[in-house]
Design a protein around this ligand. Structure first.
Ligand code: SF4
Length: 375
């Protein structure tokens, strides 16, 4: 099995915290889609023996695409790749793009999962983030998706938002509890350099909440989730009724994927490669049938670090047998000694030869993962 990722680097408004690759100039969209289709064709040799079980439109804002444009891209994919019978095909959407007509139209193209970037239901928090939608539009978007026939709906929320209190975070989660969504991704807001939010914070116009509040919000989320049918199957991801994201699970399980579009990353055969993060240069290169790419061959140490970093974040955990068989003996010896120490501190536990973070360990996951890295 393998996955495909399609990057749609266009947005209609700048979210203040955003450091992703995107452009607010939609004039090049048609040329970009044409370039994407060329890249999809050029890369097909990479996956001659793979069956694709997930396709993911990420961004940017993929819901700036019309159904006809999505159809064009999916047609190019189906023409060039072998696709599983029931692939998971996800479209990331902004709530205010999601009329019932739009949802029905994208569904008829083959999209069967919607990932809605809500972030908060609280209008003041949305204003601080400079999001396009209101809390009410966010709720309406989920109902529009459901009434259009989507049963596989995930939403994104953020905590650690400036001016967010424990009370408004609890209110956000109480809205989620009543919504017909089967998946939730919740991330702490990261203050990235070169973002508008970073500038506002530096100028003293906005204050980032204390770490202690963000930690308490995450703790509350972990206690809230099981009470409302959500299983925390990865540190930031929660599923109802085992409706895990197959696409993300593929990433965490080291399954190969190809990424198409400006700034998109690919991974296969222990190699990572990524396209230039510049729409005009990407379009220009593809018009000459070349892919503007950089490549990195992963060393044993890189592969080990990546395995630890991704798998320890999942509830599946790190497979000891895999560490013993896939890496040199010295790696396994070091890993075993480190795990004994973490077990004494009750930060990890072992189940069926898999090492998993405990609730206490989850709270310290970043520092634990850092100490386990081979450098
Ligand atoms: S919609 Fe997403 S990619 Fe676009 S500016 Fe907002 S956070 Fe960034």
């Amino acid at each position: 099995m393998a996955g495909l990722y399609i990057h749609i680097p266009y947005c209609t408004k700048l979210c203040y915290y955003c450091d992703f690759h995107f452009s607010l100039n939609l004039k090049t969209k048609a040329a970009y889609i044409s370039a994407l289709c060329t890249e999809i064709t050029l890369q097909k040799e990479q996956f001659t023996n793979e069956v694709i079980n997930t396709i993911y439109f990420g961004g940017g804002t993929p819901s700036v695409l019309s159904a006809a444009e999505i159809n064009t891209i999916l047609t190019a994919i189906y023409k060039n790749y072998s696709i599983a019978d029931n692939p998971e095909i996800t479209l990331e959407c902004n709530p205010d793009d999601m009329s019932k007509e739009y949802c029905r139209a994208v569904q008829s193209c083959g999209i069967n999962r919607l990932s809605i970037g809500i972030q908060s239901f609280h209008d003041e928090e949305l204003r601080i983030l400079n999001r396009r939608h209101s809390g009410e539009e966010a709720i309406n978007s989920v109902h529009a998706a459901l009434e259009s026939g989507f049963s596989n709906i995930t939403i994104d929320l953020m905590y650690g938002i400036p001016n967010q209190t424990m009370d408004t975070w609890k209110k956000n989660l109480s809205v989620v509890a009543k919504l017909p969504v089967n998946h939730l991704s919740a991330y702490a807001l990261m203050l990235e350099e070169k973002t508008a939010l970073h500038t506002l914070v530096k100028r003293g116009r906005i204050y980032i909440p204390e770490d202690a509040l963000t930690v308490s919000q995450f703790e509350y989320l972990m206690q809230w989730a099981p009470k409302h049918g959500f299983e925390q199957y990865e540190i930031s991801n929660f599923a109802r009724n085992k409706q895990y994201s197959h696409h993300n699970s593929n990433y965490w399980n080291g399954i190969p994927y190809l990424g198409f579009g400006a700034g998109a990353h690919s991974y296969l055969n222990n190699t990572r490669f990524w396209n230039i993060s510049h729409n005009a240069k990407y379009i220009e290169a593809l018009s000459k049938n070349t892919i503007p790419q950089e490549i990195e061959h992963l060393s044993t140490q890189d592969r080990y670090n990546e395995y630890i970093m991704t798998r320890l974040r999942t509830m599946q955990g790190v497979d000891k047998t895999y560490i013993r068989t896939a890496f040199p003996e010295a790696y396994f010896r070091t890993f075993t000694a480190q795990m004994e120490k973490l077990m004494e501190e009750k930060l990890v536990s072992e189940y069926n030869s898999h090492i998993r973070l405990t609730q206490k360990g989850i709270m310290l996951s970043d520092s634990i993962i850092r100490t386990l890295f081979k450098i």
